[in-house]
Design a protein around this ligand. Sequence first.
Ligand code: SF4
Length: 447
Amino acid sequence: MLSKSKYTRGINCQKSLWLYVHKNEERLVSEALQAVMSQGTSVGELACEYFPGGRMAVLEDYPFMESAERTQDFIEQGVQTIYEATFIFDDTLVAVDILHKKDGKWSLYEVKSTNSVKPQHIKDVAVQYYVLKGCGLDLEDAFLMHLNRDYVRRGKLDIKQLFLPESVFAQIVPLQQDIALNLGMLREMLDNDEPIIPMGGQCSSPYACDFQAYCSRLVPAVEQEIKVLSSLPEVKEAEVKAFVKKVQYPLHHLDFETIMPAVPMFNESRPYQAIPFQYSLHCQETEGGEIAHYAYLAESNSAIDPRISLIEQMIEQTKNAITIFMYSPYERTMINQMRRDFPVYAEELQFIVDRLVDLIVPFRKKYYKTETMEGKSSIKKVLPAICPDLSYSDLEIGDGMTASNSFLELYSCDNEEIITTTRENLLMYCHLDTLAMVKVFEVLQRV
Ligand code: SF4
C-alpha cells in the first residue's frame, strides 16, 4: 500500500521510493536528518494543543486498518477534533495530523516544523485531500500549519501565536487530476526492476535523500585526469599588509556555537532563532606575546537561558581588546540579536560590535589564495591550505551542525558520562575554531 510519505518520496524521485520499498537496508539516515525528524515530531505533538481535547486515532503499535476504523468511529460519534485521523482510499493510506470540525464542516491541518509553506508541502496536502475526498469526507478547507517566524516567546508558550495556519486549498484542488495517475505510475514502477535514474538536483532538494550513499556507489568511476592542486600562495602583498596594519592590540579572536530550536525554548527568542550557547576566545595583549584562551559553555538546562551568562562573561573577557576578530559576519549578527533581545546589555554589546573585524576579508577578496582553497574562503578550506598541521578531521565534533545537534541532545540526556564527553568534545571543537584564526592571522602577518 502507498502512503502520503511514499507518494511524496516517489514524486520527487521514483528510484528513492523503489529503494525505500525494496532495498530499505541501504537507507542511511544522517544524524542531521534524524535531528530534523525528531524536531518535527515534537512540533507535531505541540500543534495538537492548538485544538485541545481531541481524540488520537493512532495508538502505539496500532495496525493502520484499525486506526482507519477508529477514525470512522470518532466521526460517527461526533468527535470534533481527531489527531492522526487515518483514511485509506485507492490503496493509499494517509494520517491527517489534525482533522477539525467547525460549524459542521471539516478542515484538515498538516503540521510542518518550518517557518513558511514550501512547494513540497502542497503535494503532501494534495494527496491527503484526494484520499479524504475519496473516502467521502467533504472538506471545507485544508491548512498548512507552520511556525510563526514573528512569534517571540515571553513566558509560557502561546500555542495560538506560535503556529500559523495558512489555507492551501486553492493550490491543492488543481493538483487532484494528476494524483490518481501518479499513484498508478508509482505502483507500476514498484512492480518493475530498480529504475535507472541519474543523481541530480532531486538528491538534495527539497530534502537530502537518504539513499545518496547507495546511489553514489553506483556512479561509474570515470577515468579523469587527477589535477594536483598547488598550496603555493598567490598573494596581493600590499592589500594583505594594509589589512594587517589596521589591526591593533590587544587582539582577541571570538567564535560562537549556536542551537536553533524550532520551538523557542527561552524568553525573547523566536522559532529557529540561533541561540549562542558557547564561545571560544583567544587573546593576545601584544604582537608576538603570550596567547591566553577562555571558553564559555552553557549548562544544558532548559530553565536557564544560555545567553545571559554568555553575554556577561564575554563583556568582561573582551573589555580590554582593541580588535576582536571574527571569521564571517555570523558573530556580528549574533551579538546584534542579543542587543535587540537584551537591551540592558545593549551599550556594552555595541562596544564589542564596534571592535569586530572580519578575518575572512583577505580570503574572500582573494588577497591571499591557494589552489587548494578551490576558490572558497571558509575557515574549513583556508586552514588546511595554509596551516596543514591543524585539522578538524581528528575531532569527534568537526562542524557547527554536529556541535549544535550534540548540545541540543544534552537537554534530554541524563547520562553523566555522555554529558561529560560531549562537553569536552564541544570545548575542543570551538577551541580549534579560534586557534585556527590565530594561526591564519600569523600567516598574514608574515607576508
Ligand atoms: S540519491 Fe538521488 S537518484 Fe538516488 S534515490 Fe535518492 S534522489 Fe534518487
